[in-house]
Write a protein that binds this ligand. Structure first.
Ligand SMILES: *Cc1c(COP(=O)(O)O)cnc(C)c1O
Length: 371
């Protein structure tokens, strides 16, 4: 059986170091807001190339706290419109509605699954105040174009980098393209904690300060409250474990890219569409951090059961479009044909830093035998 993702195996690579890091935290007697979080925040900010990283409880909170901070700073107000890709993972949209802002769903480019930048300007109204650009599956959204549109219309740009730790374009990494960026360190992400964790990166001092306070009861100084905040903090244990994982992230990404290159060169089947660049040429392995390797086929259900019969686990990211979710039942009559076809056709093949060449070659030859 080739599993989709062997989390136990991934963390087993660093077992001794993780146990040492955990032991140090246990023995330190300090479990929240201490040296480990501070060190991780510095290391992660440096990794992304930003001035600040603020540890929070999870990726959804990273986005919610960012939007909330912009409201506290008077840059967003209730009801403002935020442009977001219609096919994103639901958390991007939950962050907008939780903040009482209005998501404006925009169709993705059908080749990259990221925001179609030619459609963004058509969606802008006088109420539009921000673009939440998602780097889905590990590929950066078209940030140069998105940033120039934002500049022209005076919009904030927030990145959802939950699937793209380390992804770069022109030497600039995910998390350092927008005004702020949310990261998730959920165990299955490219940089995964051993529990829930997240962070916001930004170069904006004022925003960083507001997010830090909002996630700590609204308090910037002990027993003094600037805001009606929440408790959303990264803890010492997860920060210590993340420091071990961060040191190895680039190596893990390199292995993901090698696997992607093998799939891109090896999979030859007319029924299957491989990951693409916007101009529909194959995606270069180095331009993506391959959180997922997503193929497309009109015969998705048949391919998934065929792979399963041959001992290969595949998953669907994602089976139900946000506008078809019960949670957003008011949107059920809206139509996003590209998004809907993506949700009908995508399938994710196994990819992980510990998948060996033999398994990759087996996935390739079985997939090529599908008809
Ligand atoms: C995982 C994910 C999130 C949410 O992160 P959590 O840590 O699970 O809250 C947000 N956006 C995207 C695109 C994600 O993949």
């Amino acid at each position: 059986m080739i599993p989709f993702l062997d989390l136990k195996g991934i963390n087993a690579q660093y077992r001794d170091e993780l146990i040492k890091a955990a032991t140090d935290v246990i023995d330190s007697g300090w479990y929240v807001q201490g040296q480990q979080v501070k060190a991780f925040e510095q290391e992660f900010a440096e990794y992304c190339g930003t001035k600040h990283a603020i540890g929070v409880a999870n990726g959804l909170d990273a986005l919610i706290l960012t939007l909330r901070a912009y409201k506290e700073l008077g840059k967003l107000k209730e009801g403002d419109e935020v442009i977001v890709p219609a096919n994103t993972y639901i958390a991007s949209i939950l962050a907008i509605t939780e903040s009482r802002l209005k998501p404006i769903l925009v169709e993705p480019n059908e080749h990259t699954y990221n925001l179609d930048s030619t459609l963004i300007e058509l969606a802008i109204t006088p109420n539009t105040k921000a673009i939440l650009a998602v780097h889905l599956y590990g590929q950066l959204a078209d940030m140069p174009t998105i940033n120039s549109i934002a500049q022209k219309h005076n919009l904030l740009v927030i990145e959802d980098s939950a699937q793209s730790h380390g992804a770069q374009m022109h030497g600039r990494r995910a998390g350092n393209w927008g005004d702020a960026s949310g990261f998730s360190f959920y165990p299955g992400k490219n940089l995964g904690a051993l529990g829930d964790a997240g962070a916001v990166t930004t170069n904006d001092d004022e925003l960083a300060q507001a997010i830090r306070a909002l996630g700590n009861y609204g308090s910037h100084r002990k027993y003094e409250n600037l805001y009606q905040g929440v408790n959303s903090r990264l803890d010492e244990m997860q920060a210590a474990l993340l420091r071990v994982k961060l040191k190895n992230l680039d190596n893990e990404t390199k292995r993901r890219q090698e696997i992607a290159a093998m799939y891109i060169n090896g999979i030859k089947n007319d029924a299957i569409v491989l990951p693409m660049l916007p101009n529909s040429t194959p995606l270069t392995p180095g331009n993506c951090v391959w959180h997922l390797f997503v193929i497309r086929t009109k015969l998705r259900e048949k391919l998934q059961s065929y792979l399963s019969e041959h001992g290969i686990q595949s998953l669907i990211h994602y089976p139900i479009a946000p506008h078809h979710q019960r949670a957003y039942k008011d949107w059920k009559h809206q139509s996003y044909p590209i998004t809907e076809s993506i949700h009908r056709e995508v399938l994710s093949l196994p990819i992980s830093p510990i998948l060996d060449n033999e398994s990759v070659n087996r996935v390739i030859s079985i997939t090529n035998g599908f008809e």
